[in-house]
Design a protein around this ligand. Structure first.
Ligand code: PLP
Length: 376
């Protein structure tokens, strides 16, 4: 057993807060002073920052990453009779959004090396969907654990079939794919500012990105109760889904240090690869892509034994996700691709995520390597 016994947070939000605490306090106090808690000036300022950061023509904040998905599907008029293709290995929100609207989440398998939706499985699902008499409406390409899905292959298949592409970038905000930043790809992209996300606030928050001005206008209406040109004019059924001004003020400060944090995350991912590669298969990033490492996830045999051994050495780890969505009681009745979901259903017994945040230390990572070496 290693001598190194300093407990580490799985995601250390306190280290970041300590670094920018005065700026955060000043930002929150400014909101308390002007008192515009809903859709205050910081919301617009943050949205401008998001546009600049992503290169998206339109960025609209909302209450959380789940609403962000729902709002886009609503804007596209998706509902009963429509199929929305989703990877079976993802966080529940991806399938929850279409299901909430009465549409059918249609499960597709993922690639074992990237954890992201498999374009060939998606292609087959579109064919299967036709046989079921469902309308193939949209695909949600989840950028799992911080790495963009293969958006070019997915878009080619989707657009040939008139299927819209929604990128679920809840875990990949700040990542890049072949020269483009997450937010500027697909027909629309969503993200989450849940505290543990690469860019997180101190509560719930989310955003939607698109290049399409009409879609942006509809989304702006939908997030504000379906408003029309005036406040008490309601032209459609919408949601109450706004980012609080205080959260926007916090996010403005966090966005300033985000590029540096992405760099640090990538440095620590490289160090993990250096220290761990002799014992385990380290994560793979597809050519032309960068990850923001929302999670640093290994695929290991004997996962529970390894998790337990790490725990005894003060190394926290987590299992994302313990079940495929197609195996969850609330979702097992939805259809899935005829070629099966083998990868999605095997991964839950093998995945193990290690601590990842921008404030790790090399000695912690080298120790993870030594501890793994004791049992592998
Ligand atoms: C892939 C994915 N999609 C959607 C969401 C939903 O985001 P939120 O928790 O902000 O609603 C999450 C958040 O955990 C997520 O990981």
């Amino acid at each position: 057993m290693s001598e190194y016994s300093v407990p580490t947070q799985f995601i250390d939000l306190a280290a970041q807060q300590k670094l920018i605490r005065p700026q955060l306090e000043a930002a929150i106090l400014r909101v308390l002073d002007h008192g515009q808690y809903i859709m205050g000036p910081e919301v617009k300022e943050f949205e401008a920052g998001l546009r600049e950061f992503t290169g998206a023509a339109h960025a609209l904040t909302c209450a959380n990453g789940t609403d962000a998905l729902t709002l886009v599907l609503m804007a596209w008029g998706i509902g009963p009779g429509d199929a929305v293709f989703v990877p079976s290995f993802t966080y529940v929100a991806t399938a929850e959004a279409p299901a909430q609207l009465g549409a059918t989440p249609f499960f597709v398998d993922v690639c074992e090396d990237t954890f992201n939706i498999d374009p060939q499985s998606f292609k087959q699902a579109v064919i299967d969907c036709r046989k079921l008499g469902l309308n193939s409406a949209a695909v949600i390409a989840v950028d799992l654990f911080g790495q963009p899905a293969d958006i070019d292959s997915l878009t080619a298949i989707a657009h040939a079939e008139n299927v819209k592409v929604l990128v679920d970038g809840a875990q990949s905000f700040g990542a890049r794919f072949r020269g483009r930043t997450v937010g500027s790809m697909g027909d629309a992209t969503t993200t989450s500012f849940f505290p543990a996300k690469p860019l997180g606030c101190y509560g719930d928050g989310g955003a939607i990105f698109t290049q399409n001005p009409e879609l942006a206008e509809t989304l702006d209406s939908l997030r504000l109760h379906g408003k029309g040109s005036e406040k008490y004019d309601n032209v459609r059924v919408g949601l109450n889904s706004r980012l609080d001004t205080i959260q926007a003020a916090i996010l403005i400060e966090k966005l300033k240090i985000f590029p540096k944090e992405i760099e640090q995350r990538n440095n620590f991912a490289d160090l993990y690869a250096n220290y761990l590669a002799q014992y385990v298969r380290t994560p793979f990033v597809i050519s032309g892509a960068t990850s923001t490492w929302a999670q640093y996830t290994l695929i290991v045999e004997d996962r529970d034994k390894i998790k337990n051994h790490l725990y005894k050495s003060n190394i926290p780890s987590q299992i994302y996700y313990p079940k495929a969505l197609s195996q969850q009681d609330g979702y097992s009745h939805f259809p899935s691709v005829s070629t099966g979901l083998e990868i999605s259903q095997t991964l839950p017994s093998k995945v193990l995520s290690l601590p990842m945040h921008p404030y790790l230390e090399e000695k912690f990572i080298s120790n993870v390597g030594s501890v793994l070496g004791e049992i592998i």
